[in-house]
Design a protein around this ligand. Structure first.
Ligand code: SAM
Ligand code: SF4
Ligand code: SF4
Length: 345
């Protein structure tokens, strides 16, 4: 039996996002808009054994949900081997991935066999020419193939993430709902966040949850909130239901942040642990791993750090007058850990 540990706001340590690489095969404008990036040194990237060990320590402290992310997690060579290593930990009850889908067609079946339970695919637009302009990729068909493969492979509760940006894809809300319905998936609209990486963020490009609901109500009529059950109460998305039963989610990180229930933390591909998406600095766990610190030492560092956690990054941003991008490019270059593609979103 694992202990459940709580931070200063009574939030349990329950969910871990593991970034397995900071590299990506897309250049989404809201995440990686620059031409060049400073990458984490290869020798600093955790091995599968190191990730498995860390996951074991975290799970002993109450973590039971793990989401693999990146960068693009499917760029990590032989990812299904890591999935199998994590899946054999009986304390991990929910093992998921967030991917841009480009390589999912190739890997969906082996990931499922290895023990991956759930898949979220990022799909911002149904129009290939928009993806080309916005993510510098002509591979829209590969994303659709990836979604089809995930569905055929039988992953439960397939989710599609769409970051909604005014003037880019805010006219596709209903198309994305229809697409998700046709593919037995649930779409989650994400407010455009001013996180590291989003150096071109401005408030006027954010389409708020309120606006999204108004647009959808005009098309579909009454929309009712879905009452959260079980772990959903801590999930970032608020879920809604249309009159015909179709459900969708909205992640309103900008206009209605949910820090009060946040049980998530993040480990970057080089083993730096962040207690909040907005945190200025993280804790170097790799150093302990590589100098041979015993599990108990790692566990006490993690326990004590979590017990002192006060982070409410997105809520604090609400109080910032003249809110603009969180970081300028120079400060991201000075420390790539501030990037969204390093932190894993
Ligand atoms: N490459 C994978 C993908 O795109 O699904 C996983 C990593 S990505 C950083 C994880 C999630 O963060 C994606 O769903 C992406 O849309 C979201 N994201 C990145 N930048 C964002 C921003 N500025 N605002 C809101 N969501 C963002
Ligand atoms: Fe886009 Fe994900 Fe890559 Fe960021 S990490 S550029 S969100 S695909
Ligand atoms: Fe959690 Fe930080 Fe996001 Fe708030 S801003 S929900 S504390 S990760």
């Amino acid at each position: 039996m694992s202990d459940v540990i709580h931070d200063t706001l009574r939030r349990p340590l329950a969910s871990l996002r593991l970034s397995v690489t900071d590299r990506c095969n897309l250049r989404c404008r809201y995440c990686m808009p620059e031409d060049e990036y400073a990458w984490l040194p290869r020798t600093s990237i955790l091995t599968f054994e190191e990730i498995e060990r860390l996951t074991g320590v975290f799970s002993g402290l109450g973590v039971h949900k793990v989401r693999l992310t990146g960068g693009e997690p499917l760029l990590r060579h032989d990812l299904s081997t890591l999935v199998a290593m994590i899946a054999r930990n009986p304390r991990i009850r929910d093992l998921a991935i967030t991917t841009n889908g480009l390589l999912l067609g190739k890997h969906a079946a082996e990931l499922r066999t290895a023990g991956l339970q759930r898949v979220t695919v990022s799909l911002d637009t149904l129009r290939p020419e928009r993806m080309l302009a916005f993510a510098k990729s002509a591979r829209h068909a590969d994303v659709l193939e990836g979604i089809a493969a995930a569905r055929q492979t039988g992953f439960a509760r397939l989710k599609l993430n769409a970051v909604v940006i005014r003037g880019f894809n805010d006219d596709e809300l209903t198309d994305l709902i229809e697409f998700a319905r046709a593919h037995d998936a649930e779409v989650r609209f994400i407010e455009y966040m001013d996180v590291g990486g989003a150096t071109r963020w401005s408030r006027d490009q954010v389409v708020s949850q309120r606006e999204m609901l108004d647009v959808l109500a005009r098309r579909y009529g009454a929309i009712e909130p879905v009452r959260p059950t079980g772990d959903d109460g801590r999930a970032p998305a608020e879920r809604f239901r249309l009159a015909d039963g179709t459900t969708f989610g909205i992640i309103a990180s900008v206009t209605a942040p949910f820090c009060r229930t946040c049980d998530r933390s993040r480990v970057t591909a080089d083993g730096t642990w962040f207690l909040c998406l907005y945190a200025g600095a993280g804790i170097d766990l790799r150093e302990l791993l590589r100098r041979g610190a015993p599990d108990e030492e790692l566990a006490s560092l993690i326990r004590e750090t979590w017990q002192g956690r006060t982070d409410r990054g997105a809520e604090e941003r609400l109080g910032v007058a003249d809110r603009g991008a969180l970081y300028r490019i120079e400060s991201l270059r000075a420390d790539p850990h501030r990037e969204m593609h390093t932190r894993g979103g």
